[in-house]
Every structure is written in structure tokens, then in C-alpha cells.
Design a protein around this ligand. Structure first.
Ligand SMILES: *Cc1c(COP(=O)(O)O)cnc(C)c1O
Length: 723
């Protein structure tokens, strides 16, 4: 159903590979094809192989293998070409990629076309900067997992020419943003061409004009990811901005993005000859696609109600957040002007069109994409058990105020792609103990049973090694970040001189959004000073970007900086700038304790905690999102997740902050110090094999460690229970 070697863009990828190979010594030529398929990114040797060609250039090239090869200096190419072990590594990786593609597709009953998974962001690899946070990381994981399981899935997204944004902080902690321009010609992406070899050019209606767009293709193993791009000279300068920046603040540009992602996706699929069995909206942004499907049917003579029902039958929807900023609405007049062509093509009046996008039909509410997605999907799911409850309560009005348990929103708790987020030492440990081919069986609880019998000293050695890798990384990056911030010379090396590989390491890294409450970490300066300055050594790694327009979130960063300064702990707190997938991997791998303090019940899932747990880290988290399912009483620590416990936000903040400090002081810090004669955490400790194995088995049973999160595929089988 999905054959990446014949779908549009395949020939272009082969041509591009040939062009890249032409410049390389013949021995290295296979690397050119490997570079165009991100499958290398989750092979344990892929990154090291490209890096080894020229380690310095690898970082300068933002770990982009196409640039690495295109710019490879002749002498570096010659050295690699005459190095036997390098050639063996290339041959092995090539064989892995080819074997992966040669596997037969996994059949899914009841599906008459591929699953087309549509999302505003995809976090596949740091070299493809079209993501901002958890939604994108999950979408990237889903594509990789689908490739691993040979599922018939195709991704569609937008090619943002300026990505999200690059973050710099000044000495006060104030965030400054800047944007760099990507050149898709220099990425592992190829432009899809038409029969005569010209760029395939399509268009969608927006504000009464036709906005033209091109289609690019990236290969995520067996899964093609098509990326739509409106940066065309023939477009109005405002329209060219549609694919400039992810989560653009300008509402008209945002509408353009939803137009392209919704209407454009369906038009692109038609032009590519892809007839979707199901369209999966990962978040509401692409929901206009359902109306484009309906408009096609109306054009073919179907009555509007039947056309809407037919469209609904093809679409499924995953809602990812109860936070209003993730379910935004748009001023009615401009919404109508932007998409006025749609009601016309559907043969309905403007009010009926708006009503499809409103919670309360017949009201004068501003329209939004989430109500549209809920109305026009045959199945909707939230991303954790708790979020399911929250979403059903939240969207009751859309279903005429029925009881929450009658609201047709189910849940599929998010999962993670293990090979992407396991640290090398933990991957090595599991490879040694879980048996040949264990990753393919990662979703089965029995696969994880041997974890119980891993000797504690081996598990601890892997944890120590992962922490050491993180500390090395933090030392280098913190000096660079501090030099760029223009900090005082004696301050520049403070973290590098203080951070130690055997010190308890806490981590907090995620988008800096108000509801994630970074400020709880610094709520009580006196207690923070006691924990970080007076007691046994503890170090904290922080990272995260605030949305450029979120002044509240930016202020939280300034406050953290101010407090670290005021209580004299700047050498124990490392803020790593420009959080992205390349920063996330060493942090989730190396931290001993992963902190998460969202305001309940606003954390829909929170996958970074799963990444830490898979690496043997312990979560200390508010019982919200995935943790309210993942916590078993002994595999980490809880802060209560009561949503509205008869208190106001300020009281809840104070209570949670003190709970956090209490747990750190009374439980986490003493536990880390409690060692046997060999320096291993005391028998039965939370860091030993038994709780680790229990967490892994429970996670596997729930599908969180499956290389493919279940959502997109499960939702294609209406008969199958999602529980
Ligand atoms: C996993 C991941 C996230 C999600 O983190 P949450 O704690 O779920 O918000 C965000 N950004 C990156 C880069 C990630 O890898």
C-alpha cells in the first residue's frame, strides 16, 4: 500500500543520491543514499558514522548528513575511503536500510488505503528543524515507529523555511529569539517534480486568491513525509510567509498555515496519487482537510449531508492539550474572508460553515479548528487516561451538554520511540540482557522480564556512564552558552568546574509554558539555597524555550536566573540554551531524577518523563498526564494531582512547591546517598533493577514502549477497544 520506492519523490531521491555520490570516492558512494533516508538516525552507529567523516564539520553542519557529504573535504573523504573498518560500517548500515525496506508491509484489516498522518510539526531529527516540542517529538516518533513495524503510513506537514526559533538568553535570563533560514536543497529532502520534471506546483484558495505551493519529500525509513512549501516567488509576500515560521504569532498567517495543512494536504494527496484509507489529524490544525474531502464529494454531485458523513468516515483526530492556547479561535470576519470559498463549494451558507467550527452552533463564538476536528472525525482520542477525562468534561458543550462519560472522546496514552531516546550505555545494557531483536518485541511485557535479573552493579554502571556523558556535555555547552551571554570570566566556568559525574543530577527540560510552572523550582529561595548550597551536592540541568509572544513564560526564566544569582547557586544550575532534540537526548539519558510540576490537570501526557524512565531515571512529578498511570507507588515520587482541591492557584502553588522541596530533601537526596560497600544504591532502592523492570513491563503492557504508538493505527479499527 505504501511503497516508498515508487511513491512520488522516489526518483528525485535517487537522482539526488546519484548527484551526491558523484562527488565522493566510489567506496563512500553508498553513504549518499543512506543520507537521504533518516533511518540512519535511529541506528546505533548511524550518527557516529557520519560524524567520524569529519567530527568538527558534523556539528557545524547541524548533523545534516547531506551537507556533511556535499561539503566533505577531499582529504577527509580519502581517509575514510581507504579505512577498512569505516567501509564495513557503511556496508552494515546499507544492509540494515535495505533489509528494512524489503520487509513485507504489515497488513491492517479494514483499511482500504494508507493512514495519512497530518501534523503542524514533526520532530524527526535536529537537522530537520520543523518542530517545537512534545507534539512534534511525538509525531516524529510515530513515523519512525510506523517504519519499524512496516505499517502503511504517510506523513504530511509543512516545510518551515525559518523553523521554530533559535534561543539565546542574556545575562539576566531574558530570552532573545532569532531565526535562521533553512535551504531545503541542502537538507535530506527532495522536491517532488511533475511529469515534465518541473517542481510539482499546486494551490489552495485563501482570501479569494490561489496560494501556490510546492511539495518536498523526506524519507523516515519506510515512511515518506511530504512537506508543503508556500515560499514561491509567484506568491504574494504575505502568502510566502505561511511556511516561514512554526507557530507564527500573526493570526492571518496562522490561518494560512491551517489552510495549507488542511486544504493543501488533500490537494497534494490527489496530485501524488494517494487515496487515504484514513486521515489522522494530530491536533486540530489540519481539520479543514475534512471539509476539502466533503467539497470533493459535493463537486461530484453528492448531497452535503452525505458528503460530510463520508468525510467524517475517513478522519480521526487526536487532541493534545486542554490549554486554551492550543485550541485557539479566530475572529469571525477574517476567518470567513480567508476561507469564504469553502461554504460556497460545499453549497452551505456562511453560518452553517461557522457553526461547524464552533462549540455552540448558532452563537456568535469565534470559530476554531478543534471543534471542527471533533465534529468531522469518526473517532477522537486524548493522549492519556487522565487527559481523556479532562477532554470529555471540557468538550461536553459541543455534544449538547451530555454527561462527560457520554462524550465520544477516548484516550490512547502517548508512547516514545525507544531507539531515539535510549542513551548509548542503556541501549548497550539492554542489548546484552534482553536478547537478539528485543526492540522489535519491546511492546511485549515478557521482553522486559530479564531486567529484574540485571545485576544492580551493571544497571548502576550504565546509569553512571549516561550521567557522565551528560555532565561532559553540560560542561562544554554551559561554557559556550555563558561566553555567548557575555558573563563575567570567573562565572563562565562555574558550572564546568562544579558539575561532577557522580553528583545527583536533576533535570527539567520542556517548553517553558506557564502551566508547566518552572517557577515552582524557585518558589522559596531560602529552601532552594538549603537544597543546592548547604546539603550534599546536587546539580540541576534546565532547558526550554518560551514562545516568543509568551511574556509570562519568559519572566519565569528571568526569575530562575535572578534567584540562582541571589542565593549563590549559579554553579549548580546549568541552563542549556536552545532546547531541541539534540539537547534533549543527553538530558533524558543522564538525569537521575526527572522533575515535572505542571498545574493539574493541564499536562495532557508529558512524554519526556517516559524518556527518562526508559533510561532508568526516576520521575518526581505531579500526578498528571502519563504519570498518573505510570506511577506505581515505588518507581518514583508523586506530588498530588488534584485539580481543584478547593483552593486557589496561589495556595496550590505554595503547597506543591513545598511538597517538591520536602521530597527532594527528605527522600531523593538521602536515597541517592544510601549506598552499599561497593557504592551501589542500597538493596531494594528505587534505582535498582526490580523497580526498573516493573516500570518497563508495565509501560510495555500499556504500549508506551512500542516502537509505534498505537493511535493512528488503532483508530483505523473502530471495532477494537482502545483501552
Ligand atoms: C520529548 C520532548 C518534549 C516533550 O516534553 P514534555 O515533558 O512532554 O513536554 C519536548 N521537546 C523535546 C525536544 C522532546 O524531545
Amino acid at each position: 500500500m505504501v511503497d516508498i520506492t515508487t511513491l512520488p519523490g522516489a526518483r528525485e531521491a535517487d537522482d539526488r543520491a546519484a548527484e551526491l555520490a558523484w562527488r565522493l570516492p566510489a567506496e563512500l558512494a553508498p553513504l549518499a543514499r543512506i543520507a537521504l533516508d533518516y533511518r540512519w538516525a535511529w541506528d546505533p552507529d548511524g550518527s557516529d558514522l557520519f560524524r567520524a567523516l569529519d567530527p568538527h564539520a558534523w556539528e557545524l553542519n547541524a548533523r545534516n548528513p547531506v551537507r556533511q557529504l556535499a561539503d566533505l573535504a577531499p582529504h577527509a573523504a580519502e581517509i575514510a575511503a581507504s579505512h577498512g573498518p569505516t567501509l564495513e560500517r557503511i556496508a552494515r548500515l546499507q544492509a540494515v536500510l535495505e533489509h528494512d525496506r524489503a520487509r513485507p508491509e504489515t497488513a491492517i484489516g479494514g483499511l482500504d488505503g494508507p493512514v495519512v498522518f497530518v501534523c503542524a510539526e514533526f520532530g524527526v531529527h535536529p537537522s530537520l528543524p520543523i518542530y517545537s516540542g512534545g507534539l512534534g517529538a511525538l509525531a516524529g516518533d510515530i513515523l519512525k515507529g510506523a517504519s519499524d513495524r512496516a505499517l502503511p503510513l504517510i506523513g504530511v506537514g509543512l516545510l518551515y523555511r525559518k523553523g521554530y526559533f533559535q534561543q539565546r538568553l542574556d545575562r539576566t535570563g531574558l530570552q532573545h529569539e532569532y531565526w535562521t533560514q533553512i535551504m531545503p536543497e541542502r537538507l535530506p529532502t527532495v522536491q517532488v517534480r511533475d511529469e515534465v520534471g518541473a517542481p510539482l506546483t499546486l494551490s489552495f484558495p485563501f482570501f479569494g486568491r490561489d496560494v501556490a505551493f510546492h511539495v518536498w519529500r523526506a524519507e523516515i525509513g519506510r515512511v515518506p513525509l511530504y512537506l508543503l512549501d508556500a515560499e514561491l516567488e509567484e506568491n504574494d509576500p504575505l502568502d510566502r510567509w505561511i511556511t516561514a515560521r512554526l507557530y507564527e504569532g500573526n493570526p492571518l498567517t496562522r490561518l494560512g498555515q491551517y489552510g495549507l495543512l488542511g486544504l493543501g494536504t488533500v490537494r497534494a494527496l490527489r496530485a501524488l496519487g494517494i487515496d487515504p484509507g484514513v486521515l489522522h489529524f494530530n491536533e486540530g490544525h489540519p481539520a479543514l482537510a475534512a471539509l476539502e474531502l466533503a467539497a470533493e464529494q459535493v463537486a461530484a454531485g453528492m448531497a452535503i449531508d452525505d458528503a460530510l458523513a463520508a468525510a467524517r468516515d475517513r478522519c480521526v483526530f487526536t487532541t493534545h492539550t486542554p490549554v486554551p492556547a492550543g485550541n485557539e479561535t479566530y475572529e469571525t470576519a477574517s476567518f470567513l474572508e480567508a476561507f469564504g470559498d469553502l461554504p460556497h463549494r460545499l453549497g452551505i451558507d456562511a453560518e452553517r460553515f461557522l457553526d461547524l467550527c464552533r462549540v455552540h452552533p448558532g452563537s456568535d463564538e469565534w470559530p476554531g479548528m478543534t471543534p471542527l476536528a471533533l465534529r468531522l472525525s469518526r473517532r477522537a482520542n486524548a493522549v492519556s487516561l487522565r487527559h481523556g477525562e479532562v477532554a470529555r468534561e471540557m468538550w461536553r458543550p459541543l455534544y449538547g451538554g451530555v454527561e462527560a462519560d457520554e462524550v465520544p472522546i477516548t484516550h490512547v496514552t502517548n508512547g516514545i520511540h525507544l531507539p531515539t531516546f535510549l542513551s548509548p550505555p542503556m541501549r548497550g545494557l539492554l542489548d546484552r540482557h534482553l536478547g537478539e531483536g528485543w526492540l522489535a518485541r519491546a511492546a511485549e511485557a515478557e521482553t522486559w522480564a530479564p531486567v529484574d535479573t540485571i545485576p544492580d552493579e551493571e544497571l548502576w554502571a550504565a546509569r553512571n556512564e549516561a550521567r557522565r556523558l551528560l555532565v561532559d556535555y553540560v560542561k562544554v555547552k554551559s561554557v559556550q552558552d555563558r561566553l555567548l551571554r557575555g558573563e563575567d570570566p570567573e562565572r563562565v566556568k562555574a558550572v564546568a568546574e562544579t558539575f561532577a559525574e557522580d553528583t545527583l543530577t536533576l533535570g527539567f527540560a520542556r517548553r517553558i509554558a506557564t502551566y508547566k510552572r518552572l517557577f515552582l523550582l524557585t518558589y522559596d529561595p531560602e529552601r532552594v539555597r538549603r537544597i543546592f548550597a548547604d546539603g550534599p551536592p546536587v546539580q540541576l540541568v534546565l532547558a526550554g524555550k518560551a514562545h516568543p509572544l509568551d511574556d509570562n513564560a519568559k519572566q519565569m526564566l528571568v526569575d530562575v536566573f535572578g534567584l540562582s544569582e541571589a542565593v549563590g547557586i549559579t554553579s549548580r544550575v546549568a541552563f542549556l540554551e536552545n532546547y531541541d532534540l539534540s539537547v534533549a537526548a543527553p538530558i533524558v539519558g543522564g538525569c537521575d531524577v526527572w522533575l515535572n510540576v505542571p498545574r493539574p490537570p493541564l499536562e495532557a501526557s508529558g512524554t519526556s518523563g517516559m524518556k527518562s524512565a526508559a533510561n532508568g531515571g526516576l520521575n518526581l512529578s505531579v500526578l498528571d498526564g502519563w504519570w498518573s498511570e505510570g506511577y506505581d507507588g515505588e518507581n518514583g515520587w508523586e506530588i498530588d494531582g488534584d485539580a481543584f482541591a478547593g483552593e486557589d492557584e496561589a495556595t496550590q502553588d505554595a503547597r506543591h512547591a513545598h511538597a517538591l522541596y520536602d521530597i527532594l530533601e527528605q527522600r531523593v537526596i538521602p536515597l541517592f546517598a544510601d549506598r552499599d560497600a561497593d557504592g551501589i544504591p542500597a538493596a531494594g532502592s528505587r534505582w535498582s533493577s526490580a523497580p526498573c523492570g516493573r516500570t518497563a513491563r508495565a509501560s510495555a503492557r500499556r504500549g508506551w514502549l512500542r516502537s509505534t504508538p498505537r493511535g493512528s493505527i488503532r483508530t483505523t479499527r473502530p471495532d477494537e477497544s482502545l483501552a
